[in-house]
Design a protein around this ligand. Structure first.
Ligand code: ATP
Length: 328
């Protein structure tokens, strides 16, 4: 099967800033692909390289097998949903959605029929005559989505589309976006710095760090087998253990990762430390202890007796949970 998007040794440098630095990437057709990474790691630049608003300094980009180096944005069959939605404030919702079709020269009746169908898809059929300023954040987000989808792109690029929404709405939109993507079968490329969002929505994700891909895989692969300290810490804030500590816990003398939820109190355990802090999270407590000069986080479910700061705590874990990493 032809990949939807392929990067081969793609770089985009701005003077001395290596925004994107030698990225190889294959996004399968129909995938929900997430680009995850901290601020400034090159995610948005990658998205702009796909849409054609940015050109690579070197390397090659293919969209459905075609080298797009000479293809302008409007001929790429790719649409973007921006974080700020970029709606036209003076136009009503229906006109916002129909705008792209008008630019393409589609007749009035046909473009309104398509716009209405898209508004129904995002459950905004009753809001066509409102201006964007008369909508909630979540509704504006859906208009932006409808406006991109009405062009029937083969690839939809989403740049932190849920960033402006509160937590509850964000979670609802995550489910909606995911089911919309499944129904339409369009390739989604989703940029986020929220690891929970990437893990729960994506079929496949790339973790970016300083313009490079630190790891690429399914959410389960990346979570359970982080390749580097950076990935272990960024995706799910794991305990990253130095070689000496790994060794004292029965592993090889290498860096390793141990997830907070893999640790359980047990007086017979191998790891003993002093509790330094406790944070109540609703579904449990996140306890930090100091062990062999290292901060260790532990997730204790509600119902487990919460230790107090200053108290000693001994922990056990399944040996398979100690994941040894590639880092030198
Ligand atoms: P965020 O999550 O904050 O949006 P990001 O991962 O999307 O971050 P990019 O926007 O791709 O990161 O930026 C990567 C790096 O390239 C940053 O250091 C940024 O300052 C720099 N950069 C991006 N665009 C330009 C530009 N037009 N000129 C100069 N530097 C740029």
């Amino acid at each position: 099967m032809t990949a939807a998007v392929e990067f081969r040794a793609v770089s985009r440098h701005f003077g001395s800033v290596k925004a994107v630095d030698g990225v190889d990437l294959t996004i399968a057709e129909g995938a929900f692909f997430a680009m995850l990474g901290p601020s400034g790691s090159g995610k948005t630049t990658c998205l702009r390289l796909i849409s054609g608003f940015e050109q690579p300094s070197s390397g090659q980009i293919r969209i459905f097998g075609e080298d797009v180096s000479a293809t302008p944005p409007h001929l790429r069959n790719v649409n973007t949903v921006f974080q700020d939605y970029a709606l036209f404030p003076h136009m009503n919702v229906r006109d916002n959605v129909a705008y792209g079709l008008m630019v393409k020269g589609m007749a009035r009746a046909a473009r309104y029929a398509k716009a209405d169908a898209m508004l129904a898809l995002v459950k905004l059929d009753a809001y066509g005559s409102r201006k964007p300023g008369q909508l909630s954040g979540g509704q504006r987000q859906r208009v932006a989505l409808a406006r991109a989808l009405v062009n029937e792109p083969r690839v939809l690029l989403l740049d932190e589309p849920l960033g402006a929404l509160d937590l509850k709405l964000r979670e609802a939109m995550q489910d909606e976006l995911k089911s919309l993507q499944r129904r339409l079968g369009i390739t989604f490329v989703f940029v986020t710095h929220d690891q929970g969002e990437a893990l729960s929505m994506a079929d496949s994700l790339a973790v970016f760090n300083e313009g490079r891909i630190a790891q690429i895989g399914t959410p389960a692969q990346v979570y359970a087998h982080p390749r580097t300290r950076f990935v272990a810490d960024f995706v799910g804030s794991s305990n990253v253990l130095p070689p000496a500590l790994t060794r004292s816990l029965g592993g090889p003398a290498k860096w390793s990762s141990l997830r907070p939820e893999a640790l359980h109190p047990d007086p017979q355990g191998r790891l003993t430390g002093t509790v330094t802090s406790l944070r109540y999270l609703g579904a449990g407590n996140r306890v930090t202890l100091s062990a062999q000069g290292q901060d260790i986080a532990v997730l204790l479910p509600t119902g487990t007796e919460a230790p107090k700061p200053g108290q000693s705590l001994t922990l056990t874990f399944d040996p398979s949970a100690l994941h040894v990493m590639d880092d030198a």
